[in-house]
Every structure is written in structure tokens, then in C-alpha cells.
Design a protein around this ligand. Sequence first.
Ligand code: FES
Length: 165
Amino acid sequence: MITQTTIFSPALAARLDRLVTLYPVKRSALVPMLLYAQDEIGYCSAAVVAECAERCGISELDVRNVLSYYSMLRTKPAGKYNIQVCTNISCMLRGGYEILNHCREKLGIHENKGVTPDKLFSVEEVECIGACCWAPAVQVNYDYHENLTPALMDKVIESYAAKPQ
Ligand code: FES
């Protein structure tokens, strides 16, 4: 248990203290731990890697190997609203790339995982998000938006931009 020095909030630190007790070996808690950490810090920073390695009793290299495998774990900050556009087969056949390019053009983002200057949005091309029946689909943080067209995507983006920031 790490309670002396932590980069996390007291609530998250307590959650992570408990998390490692739920598995036969501590390292099995690594992926959920990184996801919880990412939700709080915004990305898996060097400090997140160091603390998660210590909490799981593994090396920082072990943590970085896991980070490089899972695309949902980020090593750079995303926008406040991270738009993940699926371009796998179902979405691709129903306009997934049109949605992806539309998001990039509308937000002026020209690289994968790029972030708007105000840090409000980022756009990321992703593999199947399990919403194939409602393709094309995007995920914004933890919310799904389905059966999209460029016009509907505009409304989705505008709804997030209109939220109190
Ligand atoms: S292919 Fe896009 S959600 Fe499955």
C-alpha cells in the first residue's frame, strides 16, 4: 500500500490501494489502474508510470510495454473531449473515414491524436468500438454516438463545445 507519497487524489489513491488486493498478483491490476489514473491525470505521464510500477511491484519498463500495447492508454494529453472515430470495416463501409476527415477539418486537426489549441477536443482514429450495428460510430470520452453523418457529427461536436467548460 502506498499512502505516503502519491500523485493521485486521496480518493483515487485509496481506490488503487484496494485494487491491488483484488487480484492474485498485483501486476494484474495494472491496466485498470492505468485507466483510472488516466481519467484523473489526463494521460499516463512519467509520474503515473512510476507510481503504477511501484504499486504493482514491477518495473517502469513493464508498465511502458503495456502502455504501448493498449491504444486506449495515452502517453500524451488528449483534449477534454477525445473523439474516437472508428474506421474498422462496418464503419468504413458506412462512411467512417468521411466522419474522421470531417472531424479533422472542422477542428483543424491534421494528425492522429491531435489536439485543438484550446485543448477542448482531440481526434483519434480507432479500431472497432463494438457499435458495428449502428455504424458509423464514434466514442467521445465514455459516450457513444452512432449512425452518424457529417451533419450529425457537427451537432455532436457543438453539443460538447456548448457545455460549461
Ligand atoms: S466497426 Fe466500427 S464499431 Fe465496429
